[in-house]
Design a protein around this ligand. Structure first.
Ligand SMILES: NC(=O)c1ccc[n+]([C@@H]2O[C@H](COP(=O)([O-])OP(=O)(O)OC[C@H]3O[C@@H](n4cnc5c(N)ncnc54)[C@H](O)[C@@H]3O)[C@@H](O)[C@H]2O)c1
Length: 355
């Protein structure tokens, strides 16, 4: 039997997908026009645009497997017209992001970056060194208690931190679920793990109630807090540390970093949107993407598919709305933030990840 052709769109390591796709498939990482013409499946990386033109070149296509959850660069309408399911891999990098966020948080609280700079700057001497903070006994506010937030909360609890949760749409069985105001007011550190499509969440007003020296980590979406808000809060001591994995414009160019308002502050730590890109996460992401292709080619339902068109974030199906047990009347939260979040893989945030 002639093997079925599955192509890689963007870098896809054959070693990670071929064993999962199985012997009846020929995987082509660098497809030619001839490969496109007969491809029945495609594994698509985050940075690749899949538009009508590309779909027209793949008339035999039966499944598009996106690595990660972001399908904003895929023409979902065109795929739906052709009856091609677009599969996604929700949660495949949740642990990696959680580890990255918690590592940032712990490093900032322990003032590791400053200590390092102190030593390499020739300033050895305990008296002059920055005093590390303590994880044990400190209060961490986890904003967004979904896949990633739950793991971070578990890490924090294991370090003896008191964990507060703010998530109006889920029940936080083991932690106190409080209003956003309360979370910020009571926290020594705050970490963001919610979708970014509701816009700004951490406003200057909200931070005004924070304890001085609050540490803030954002590995979710840049839209949740403005850079100017962070810069001002760092300058006046409201914030003692800021960790960012996400930026308004990505990639952050060398020119942009030269004028970035947070650069140069000792309590700032950046990573280039890579917290979700651990080796293990990549292997798992590729495995899940290849499994989805295999499932469709064998006539089975894939584990998770993207909706045919981006969901209207403000009117989700009512059945996805969990009890609003802790939904507070948020003074600082724009009303549209009360939109219930996705509760199923098929209604993932339609944002791109570096997977
Ligand atoms: N840095 C990275 O590489 C990376 C990788 C994966 C995901 N992410 C981002 O991390 C965030 C969380 O991802 P996840 O997989 O845990 O998502 P998730 O959908 O599993 O969880 C999100 C949680 O946020 C809650 N939420 C929604 N609106 C809220 C609000 N206004 N206030 C408080 N909570 C609210 C939801 O109820 C849900 O429990 C998303 O923004 C996602 O895009 C980043």
């Amino acid at each position: 039997m002639t093997p079925r052709v599955v192509v890689g769109l963007g870098p896809v390591d054959p070693e990670l997908v071929v064993p999962v796709l199985g012997p009846s498939v020929r995987f082509v990482p660098d497809p030619t026009p001839e490969d496109f013409a007969i491809a029945e499946g495609a594994i698509v990386r985050a940075a690749v645009d899949v538009d009508r033109t590309l779909l027209d070149r793949m008339p035999a296509l039966r499944v598009l497997a996106r690595t990660g959850v972001g399908v904003d660069r895929i023409d979902l309408g065109a795929a739906a017209e052709r009856g091609i399911p677009v599969t996604i891999t929700p949660g495949s990098n949740a642990r990696a992001v959680a580890e990255g966020a918690f590592t940032m948080l712990a490093s900032l609280i322990k003032r590791m970056g400053e200590s390092h700079a102190h030593v390499v700057g020739g300033r050895w001497g305990i008296a002059a060194a920055p005093t590390p903070g303590d994880l044990f006994g400190a209060t961490l506010a986890v904003i967004g208690y979904g896949r990633i937030g739950r793991i971070v909360a578990g890490f924090a609890a294991a370090f003896g931190m008191e964990v507060l949760v703010h998530d109006p749409f889920v029940q936080a069985e083991t932690h106190e679920n409080v209003s956003l105001d309360d979370a910020v007011r009571r926290a020594d550190a705050i970490t963001l793990h919610l979708p970014g499509d509701g816009g700004e969440l951490v406003t200057p007003d909200l931070l005004a109630a924070a304890r001085p020296g609050l540490v803030l980590v954002n590995c979710a979406r840049a839209s949740l807090v403005r850079t100017e808000t962070l810069a001002r809060a760092l300058a006046d001591g409201t914030l003692g540390g800021v960790g960012l994995d996400v930026f308004d414009t990505e990639p952050v160019t060398a020119a942009a970093i030269d004028t970035h308002p947070l650069v140069g502050h000792p309590g700032v730590m950046f990573s280039p949107h890579t917290t979700g890109l651990s080796e293990r996460a990549l292997v798992e992401t590729m495995r899940l993407a290849a499994e989805s292709v295999r499932a469709v080619l064998h006539g089975r339902a894939p584990a998770a598919v993207a909706p045919a068109a981006p969901p209207h974030r403000h009117t989700p199906p009512h059945r996805h709305t969990p009890p609003h047990r802790h939904t507070p009347p948020h003074r600082h939260t724009p009303p549209h933030r009360h939109t219930p979040p996705p509760q199923t893989p098929a209604s993932e945030p339609q944002t791109g990840e570096h997977t």
